[in-house]
Design a protein around this ligand. Structure first.
Ligand SMILES: CC(C)(COP(=O)(O)OP(=O)(O)OC[C@H]1O[C@@H](n2cnc3c(N)ncnc32)[C@H](O)[C@@H]1OP(=O)(O)O)[C@@H](O)C(=O)NCCC(=O)NCCS
Length: 152
C-alpha cells in the first residue's frame, strides 16, 4: 500500500490535471475541469500525492443551499483501487463537517458503474433521476447525510 497524502489544490496541480484528464478518463473530459473549480470554487479542492506525484484530485465546494457538492473526482489509472479516492472523499467529508455542512451531493452519468460502486462503498445513496440534466439526460444522483460525530 503506497503512502498517500492530501493537500489543497494549487495552480500547478490544476495545470497538470487539465493535461492528463483525458488520458485518466479514457476520452475527452477536460471540459469538466472548468477553471471555475480552481479560481472561484477551489477553496476545498484537493489533490492526493504519493511522494511528490499527483495521483488523484477532487473538485468540490460548498453550495449556497448549504450542501457540499463533489463536482469531479479522478484517480490516476495506475493508482486505482488503492483507496486514493476513499482518502480524498474522507478528507472532503471531514472538511465539510468542520464548516457545518451536513448533506453531500454528487452526480454521474448512466453507465459509470465504477463510480456508482465507489460511492455506495463509501455510504452514499444512489438514485437515477430522469431528465436531471435536461430532456432525455438522466443522471445518477448520489447523496449522503453527514453525522457530526463520525469524523474519520
Ligand atoms: C471512481 C474512482 C474515483 C474510484 O477511485 P479509487 O481510488 O479507485 O477507489 P477506492 O480504491 O478508494 O475504492 C473504494 C471502494 O469503492 C469500490 N470501487 C471503487 N472502484 C470500483 C470499481 N471500478 N468497480 C467496483 N467497485 C469499485 C470498492 O468497494 C472499493 O473498495 P475495495 O477496492 O477495497 O474493494 C476512480 O475509479 C476514477 O477516477 N474513475 C474515473 C473517473 C470517474 O468515474 N469519476 C467519478 C465520476 S465524476
Amino acid at each position: 500500500m503506497p503512502d498517500i497524502s492530501t493537500r489543497p489544490l494549487e495552480k500547478a496541480d490544476y495545470d497538470y490535471i487539465v493535461r492528463v484528464i483525458d488520458q485518466w478518463w479514457g476520452g475527452p473530459t477536460s471540459a469538466l475541469a472548468h477553471p471555475v473549480y480552481f479560481y472561484e470554487l477551489g477553496q476545498h479542492a484537493m489533490v492526493a500525492e504519493v511522494d511528490t506525484r499527483v495521483v488523484g484530485f477532487l473538485f468540490g465546494f460548498t453550495a449556497p443551499d448549504n450542501s457540499g457538492y463533489v463536482h469531479l473526482v479522478g484517480i490516476d489509472p495506475d493508482f486505482r483501487r488503492k483507496h486514493v479516492g476513499t482518502l480524498l472523499y474522507r478528507t472532503f467529508e471531514d472538511r465539510m463537517r468542520t464548516v457545518g455542512i451536513r448533506r453531500l451531493k454528487a452526480i454521474t452519468t448512466l453507465g459509470n458503474e465504477g463510480s456508482v460502486r465507489f460511492h455506495e462503498a463509501l455510504g452514499w445513496t444512489s438514485k437515477r433521476v430522469d431528465d436531471y440534466a435536461g430532456p432525455g439526460r438522466a443522471r445518477i444522483v448520489f447523496t449522503k447525510e453527514l453525522k457530526p460525530t463520525d469524523l474519520s
